[in-house]
Design a protein around this ligand. Structure first.
Ligand code: GN1
Ligand code: MG
Length: 350
């Protein structure tokens, strides 16, 4: 953990205005470390340590993010929008280099302007779900003509075939000895029965029937900022914006927002799928994404709603079997809250 003095030293590398008064933890992301920088100037800031074990090419990561925010800002300006600084993130350059990240050779840091009077939520009602659908569809639509070539900040991030292979590798290595637990073994077997069906997007892509587009790829409900009136301001957490199937954004939002429990809920009876949230989100998403979606993409949106809880399950379970090396966990079995597998519980929920 860095001290206030160390964090202040890091923040001072960037072209921020005002004096730093305080730096305190912000949010609950599972990958990066996030802080709020309070100043006596006109703006506060968000300081993040980028997890470069996961985002191994921080230069590529930040050039993607710069391209995305530049393009969206241009679209908002062209559309005559007001209050643009609350509708797209602004990353602050480092003094001297002009890059939007700073490194001491070991850790990597960046700063964006903190958007005032904005709120994130862990859950939404159907009305907000509709707005979220519109916002994510709009986000993809705005990026449909981005001139820059975006790289994959995590190669094959949402490739289900890769994720299934990683689970098999975790099982074979059994690095933490967790496969000795019959409940873990039963979970793995149960999950693997759906593997072929869930890898259908990769097959369609190889056959040429499914395109890749620029997607957000982390559309958790808490990656969206709302203003005090419940209007959506903008989409945040742009680390994983990259070419993917539209299923990523449709499915991952529903994985979190339509879930009636938490993603690491200890009580599986709380976990379910809220159809009203699904319908509202689909309506909003189709309204803004229809301009570019193909019939194949539209037809397969219900598959996306299954795919993302499934893919996340595979990823959390693989991490559990590997000994919790990837995600920050909230409690010891947090990567595998489904243990012990309750009698009669089956995935997908019916
Ligand atoms: C991670 O950093 P955060 O919490 O937004 C993860 C997502 C998972 C999510 C599960 C780079 O996102 O893919 O869906 O946790 N991001 C990465 O909550 O692996
Ligand atoms: Mg993220």
């Amino acid at each position: 953990m860095k001290t206030q003095a160390e964090l202040t030293h890091i923040a001072a590398q960037f072209q921020i205005s005002g004096n730093i008064l305080e730096i305190k933890p912000l949010g609950n992301g599972l990958i990066n470390d996030t802080f709020q920088v309070i100043t006596d100037g006109p703006d506060n800031y968000v300081l993040q340590r980028v997890n470069n074990a996961i985002f191994q090419d921080v230069d590529l990561l930040q050039s993607n993010i710069e391209a995305v925010t530049r393009h969206i800002r241009g679209k908002l300006e062209a559309a005559g929008e007001s209050d643009i600084d609350r509708k797209v993130l602004r990353f602050v350059p480092v003094k001297g280099s002009g890059k939007t990240y700073w490194t001491d050779g070991q850790t990597y840091w960046r700063i964006s302007v903190f958007i005032r009077n904005a709120f994130t939520y862990e859950t939404v009602n159907p009305e907000y779900s509709y707005y979220a659908g519109k916002a994510f569809g709009h986000f993809e639509a705005m990026l449909a003509d981005i001139p820059d070539r975006l790289g994959e900040t995590i190669p094959d991030f949402h490739n289900m075939e890769l994720r299934a292979r990683q689970l098999r590798e975790a099982v074979a290595a059994d690095a933490a000895g967790r496969m000795a637990d019959p409940a873990v073994k039963a979970l793995v077997e149960e999950i693997q029965t759906y593997e072929e069906e869930m890898c259908k997007a990769e097959r369609m892509y190889r056959e040429g029937t499914l395109p890749k587009r620029i997607c957000h790829c982390d559309t958790k409900v808490n990656n969206m900022l709302f203003d005090a009136n419940g209007e959506i301001l903008c989409v945040i957490d742009l680390d994983t914006v990259m070419p993917s199937f539209v299923f990523s954004d449709f499915g991952d939002f529903l994985r979190t927002a339509a879930n009636t429990g938490a993603e690491d809920d200890k009580d599986l009876s709380r976990v379910g799928f809220n159809m009203e949230i699904f319908k509202a989100f689909a309506k909003g998403y189709l309204e803004s994404a229809s301009v570019f979606l193909t019939p194949v993409e539209k037809e397969n949106l219900p598959y996306a709603a299954l795919l993302f809880p499934y893919m996340q399950t595979v990823r959390f379970l693989a991490d559990y079997i590997n000994g919790d090396t990837y995600y920050k966990i909230q409690y010891p079995d947090g990567n595998c809250s489904a243990l012990p597998w309750p009698n009669g519980t089956r995935w997908p929920p019916t």
